[in-house]
Design a protein around this ligand. Structure first.
Ligand SMILES: Cc1ncc(COP(=O)(O)O)c(C=O)c1O
Length: 311
């Protein structure tokens, strides 16, 4: 709404695999799974979905790295602006700099920077959805900083409120002052208790150096997952800060591993287009021994799942 109203343009470009929420507006940009759109009839018009650089799920036929994938995706985006939506219609380019629900896939920095250049060139806003990646999770306060890119608008929530319901749409004062008073708001917006919780959370993250700790936690997780590299059903283990993913070849193995982990008192969930990815996103203040214990339990669980599910 901010992008449309302050640019006077209508079109929004989002990326396949992104998750932005479940209101009708947000669901219109959400494509991590079609299930979030099922049964709701026509969603927002003027939304265009471009490919996200995800080498394991890319249309290019041969195995390739993230940079090649990014080049392909940028070419697709150019084609979209040539064939489907005129650049001067685009209000915003909205992206998760690291796909969350879509599978814990970080876009290459070169791709994110190219989007910044493109948005500036065509006069569109670059919007980062950092609801999942924000608040220190990636080893920086915001993933944007790791990419060295400043978006025009950034969304934050989840960890922002430290467990209390709190979300934020962040932009420059100048842009916010152009968002006409009364045209956006919410009954619970600016809730004082949630805001107090948010302030306390910011203090804890800062005082306990949790942003720097995210990187250490990520390293520990990947180290503990190393024995799974030879697991015949694992396609990739990847991390960005303290967002770690183990991608299996199919959902049944990921689900079996999660079920076996639960028997060992470790609660995990999947992500990914087909629920084929197990994600690890522990609290940034988790004790190291708890983290290692949990990761080891998962490794054991995944090994037992390898036996349990047919290839
Ligand atoms: C990146 C991202 N954006 C937006 C949301 C939407 O949050 P909500 O469902 O609370 O609206 C989520 C939730 O998982 C998310 O991960």
């Amino acid at each position: 709404k901010l992008s449309r109203q302050t640019t006077g343009r209508e079109a929004i470009i989002a990326f396949r695999g992104g998750f932005h929420g479940r209101t009708v507006g947000a669901a219109s940009l959400t494509t991590s799974k079609a299930q979030y759109r099922r049964g709701y009839g026509a969603l927002l018009p003027e939304v265009y979905i471009a490919p996200y650089p995800y080498p394991l799920a890319c249309a290019l036929p041969d195995a390739h790295d993230a940079e090649a994938c990014a080049t392909h995706c940028l070419a697709e985006l150019d084609a979209m602006l040539e064939h489907e939506v005129p650049p001067e219609h685009v209000a915003a380019i909205v992206i998760e700099p690291v796909l969350g629900e879509g599978g814990y896939v970080a876009a290459p920095a070169s791709f994110v920077r190219a989007l910044r250049e493109l948005a500036t060139k065509i006069g569109a806003l670059l919007v980062f959805d950092e609801v999942q990646t924000g608040m220190g999770r990636t080893g920086a306060w915001f993933a944007a900083q790791k990419f060295g890119v400043t978006p025009d608008v950034l969304t934050a929530a989840k960890a922002l409120g430290g467990g209390m319901p709190l979300g934020a749409v962040i932009s420059t004062r100048e842009r916010m002052e152009r968002w006409r008073t009364g045209t956006h708001g919410s009954t619970f917006g600016g809730n004082p208790v949630s805001c107090a919780s948010g302030l306390a959370t910011l203090q804890v993250i800062r005082d306990e150096n949790l942003v720097a700790r995210a990187e250490t936690l990520g390293e520990i997780m990947v180290e503990e997952l190393a024995p799974l590299r030879s697991h015949p059903r694992i396609r990739e283990i990847r991390r960005f800060g303290a967002m770690v993913a183990a991608e299996f070849d199919e959902k049944s193995v990921a689900k079996a591993a999660i079920a076996a982990a639960l028997e060992r008192d470790v609660l995990l969930i999947t992500c990914g287009f087909h629920d084929q990815v197990v994600r690890f996103i522990p609290a940034l203040n988790i004790g190291e021994s708890d983290l290692r214990k949990g990761m080891r339990a998962f490794v054991e669980a995944a090994r037992s799942a390898q036996v349990a599910s047919p290839a």
